[in-house]
Design a protein around this ligand. Structure first.
Ligand code: PHE
Length: 447
């Protein structure tokens, strides 16, 4: 079932779903989603997030997968094929650059999760009884140049080992092993969290919508979070789509990926907030939530240090299946466009990425800057351009034919077309304007 030629491809639809869901499910779900929801009013944020997933992100996901599968090429080659001799290939190029840059800060945070697995195994969580103590531990780890850089290098090396193995032998195989482990850990931790005494406060924070909390900053954060969480706007899904055989039916697989990402984000909320409220923590701890607020909770839980080991393993696994997809976008570019061997592309890109990661490993400010520039700006600009390309250049008719290839009917084909042509571009443009205004005038939105 693999696609023909040198490129390789996923062996089965399930393999694709697991790998693409693995890309989508990452630190975005377990680290960023809970703190964004926590800072932005809980249930109100989640409601807007769900609307954004259905009406904006799902259409963009279909657009990216259609481009990839139609061309069987990674982003630059794909745009070149669908719009020869035009500037559109730079949209692919922007995606490759964005993937490279996201990997360079994402791997730093991912490295910390491994550091925390180590701390949990060594029983160091007993030093984190108060959140001040936990903060001191976090600052020591993230502020230690050598430790932070070494953990980043370790994480990048793990990623490279998988990507080096190719689409089937590396990415698909890793996803098939890692995703089930991930799910078992997550469900186990959720059950623990919601059965704690005092958990109900966390549940109502998550599910009781206070409509007055739906403000512009909440909408902007939720939409940005949804795009990032579904790995959209930089061609990761174009690349993964290019490894799907045309014998497979795309719609079901795409819905599976979007659903998995969303359900996992909700479960992450169920894992974090009941435990947080039960321990008297506050939800608006920001980016330090899982590294500072959670450790002091583990301390107060029965068998907390065992739970902590599982929790940080869960984060590390989620991060790994995402860094794999980020690296794959860049590697596929060099393999497809420059005819590099996979081995050379993998190690070359990984090394270059490590160099760019060093400043982020050394400075939280640089990391934050990279995250805004690439995680917010570049992804939203990429998503906008992808919609414009599919809606107005390549054309929705061709895209619909690709999406529904092999099916007799085309349910929602018209709705999708309208969303990609009009609704998504307008809304995503609004998002871009809002984040620019926020950067320039400091409107206090946090992403
Ligand atoms: N979706 C990933 C996460 O939620 C991050 C990511 C973004 C991965 C873009 C690939 C491309 O953590």
């Amino acid at each position: 079932m693999a696609t023909s030629g040198q490129r390789g491809g996923f062996n089965s639809k399930l393999g694709f779903i697991l790998a693409a869901a693995g890309s989508a499910i990452g630190l975005g779900n377990i680290w960023r989603f809970p703190y964004s929801a926590g800072e932005n009013g809980g249930a109100a944020f989640i409601l807007v997030y769900l609307v954004a997933v259905v009406f904006i992100c799902m259409p963009v996901l279909f657009a990216e997968l259609a481009i990839g599968r139609a061309t069987q090429k990674s982003p630059v080659g794909a745009f070149e094929q669908l719009a020869p001799k035009s500037g559109w290939k730079f949209v692919g190029g922007l995606g490759v650059l964005t993937g490279f840059a996201i990997l360079a800060f994402y791997a730093v945070i991912a490295g910390w999760t491994i550091g925390y697995v180590g701390k949990a195994v060594m029983g160091e969580f007993s030093n984190m009884a108060s959140s001040e103590a936990a903060e001191a531990v976090f600052t020591a780890l993230s502020g230690s140049p050598w430790y932070s850089t070494a953990l980043t290098a370790l994480f990048l090396a793990l990623t490279a080992l998988v990507v080096r193995g190719g689409v089937q032998g590396g990415i698909e195989r890793a996803a098939k092993v890692l995703m089930p482990i991930f799910l078992v850990l997550l469900v186990g931790l959720c059950i623990r969290s919601v059965t704690l005494p005092g958990a109900s406060e966390g549940l109502s924070f998550l599910f009781k919508v206070d409509f007055s909390k739906i403000t512009l900053p909440v909408v902007v954060s939720a939409l940005g979070q949804a795009l990032f969480s579904m790995s959209l706007g930089m061609g990761a899904m174009i690349t993964y789509g290019s490894y799907v055989s045309r014998k497979e039916r795309l719609p079901g697989a795409a819905v599976g990926v979007g659903l998995a990402d969303t359900v996992i984000a909700m479960l992450a909320g169920l894992m974090v907030f009941p435990a947080l409220f039960a321990a008297g923590g506050s939800p608006d701890a920001g980016p330090g939530l899982v590294f500072i607020a959670m450790p002091s909770i583990f301390h107060s839980l029965p068998a907390g240090s065992v739970i902590a080991v599982f929790f940080y393993m869960l984060l590390a696994i989620a991060a790994l299946t995402s860094t794999i997809s980020l690296l794959e976008v860049v590697v596929a570019y060099f393999v497809d466009q420059w005819n590099w061997s996979r081995r050379m592309a993998t190690w070359g890109v990984t090394f270059a990425c490590f160099l760019l990661a060093i400043p982020s490993a050394l400075s939280g400010d640089f990391l934050g800057f990279q995250s805004v520039l690439f995680g917010n700006y570049a992804l939203s600009i990429g998503a906008l351009l992808i919609c414009l390309f599919v809606g107005w250049r390549w054309g929705v008719a061709a895209a619909v034919a690709e999406i529904y290839h092999g099916l007799e009917t085309r349910p929602l084909g018209g709705v999708w077309s309208a969303l990609v042509r009009y609704v998504c571009p307008v809304v995503i443009l609004g998002l871009i304007v809002a984040i620019i205004l926020n950067s320039v005038f400091g409107l206090g939105m946090t992403f």
